[in-house]
Design a protein around this ligand. Sequence first.
Ligand code: C2O
Ligand code: CU
Ligand code: CU
Length: 432
Amino acid sequence: VDADGTRVFSLEAQGGTTEFEPGVASDTWGFNGSYLGPTLVADRGERVRVDVANSLDEPTTVHWHGMHLPAEMDGGPHQMVEPDATWSPTWDIDQQAATLWYHPHPHGETEEHVARGLAGMFLLHDPDERALGLPSDYGVDDVPVIVQDTGFSAEGRREPPVRGYAGGLGDELLVNGTRTPYLDATSELVRLRVLNASTARTYGFTWSDDRPIELIATDGGLLEASVSLDRIVLSPGERAEVLVRLTPGERVVLRSEMTAEAAGMVGPVAAMNGNTDAFDVLEVRAADELAAADPVPERLTTIEPYNEADVATTRTFRLDDSFEINGHAMDMARIDETVTVDTLERWIVTNDTEVPHSFHVHDVQFRIASIDGAAPPPELAGWKDTIHAEPQREYELLMRFEDYTDPDTPYMYHCHLLWHEDQGMMGQFAVV
Ligand code: C2O
Ligand code: CU
Ligand code: CU
C-alpha cells in the first residue's frame, strides 16, 4: 500500500521454462514466474494500481475479467503493452466479493497468450462476505483451482493442444499449472474457487462419490443461498465457488464428466468438440485430523431483482456459424453499440449455431432474466459476466453499466472460446 493508500501490485509478463514433469523443461510464459501468475487480493472500497511490465518480445495486454472499471483501465485490445513498457492502470474496487481473474487480450492472439500460461486470479472481499465466516484462509481452506487442458509428449513436454471447431482441446488437465494435482486438506470445510481458464473446453464438474456440488458463488459473487447440484457446467472464463465437507482421512476426486445433454447437444458434433470427455480434475486428501469449521449461514446475500419495466434499451446479439456476432466480425475501428450510463439494458443473446459458445461482457455483472423464455435455474440466478451459450437457445440478460463513461474507448463483448474471439467473434460498446 503506497502513501496515498493505493494498493499496488506488480505483474511482469515473461517467458521461461516449466517442469510439468521433473527434469523435462517446457517453454512457457507467466507473470512474475514461468507459468500463470500470482493471486491478487483486494477489498471493496480500496483503490488499486497494477504495474504491468512486459518482458516478452511481443506486445500483450492484461484484462481484468469481471471487474467494474473505466474502459481505459480494462486491458482490452486497445490497451496494448509494448515490449519493455509498463502500463499502470488504477481504479477503485466498487463491487461485491467475487472470484475474478486476469489474462491477456491482444486481438487475434488471446488464445495463444493464455495457452502459453498468462493468467491469474483476482479475488475481491467485502465486509458482508467476511462476516459470513466462510473459509477464507488462502491456500489452506480457501483454494484457487485454475483448470486448463493441454497436451503432453510421451516424455512429458507440454505441447499445444490440437485445434478443433471449439479451438485447442488438450487431452490432459493442469490445476494451478500442476499435472496430476492433489490438495492436502486440513479443515472439514474447504472453499474451492474453480476457474475455467481453458481456451476452449467446457467442463461438467462432479464429485467421484456423487456427493452434490455445493455451489455458493458464481462469476460476480455470492448466490443468495447455496445450491446443491449433480453437476456444475463451466464454459471458458466462468467461475464457481464450491464448498466441500470432508471427513478425516477420506479422499474424493473432483471430476469433469461432461455430457452431450449438459452441453445442450445431440449427435456426433458433441464428441467432435470434446464436449463429452471425462477427466479427474483434483484429488482432495483429507488429513486424519481436520480443523472444525463455522456453520455456513443459510442466507449468503440479497440480490435485488431488476424490474423489467425499467428497461431503457433492448439489443440483440446473434452468434452465427461464421464466428460473427450480428453478421459482423470484430473491427477495432468500429463501435458496435453505444450504451447510456446508469440505465437498464436488456441484451438478448441467441446462439444460432449447432455448437455451444460462451458470451462474455466486460465491465459489468449481469443477471440472466430468462433462457428460452423460462426463469433460469438457481445456479444461474446470481451475478454473471460469462454464460455458457448452448446451441439454439436464447438468453435474456439484464445489466446496468454504471459510473464510467468514455465515448472513445470501447469495452468488449465476445465469445470466450478464445479461438472464436481471435477469429472475430467479438464486438465493441462504448458507455456514454
Ligand atoms: Cu476474459 Cu474479454 O475476457
Ligand atoms: Cu472480460
Ligand atoms: Cu464461440
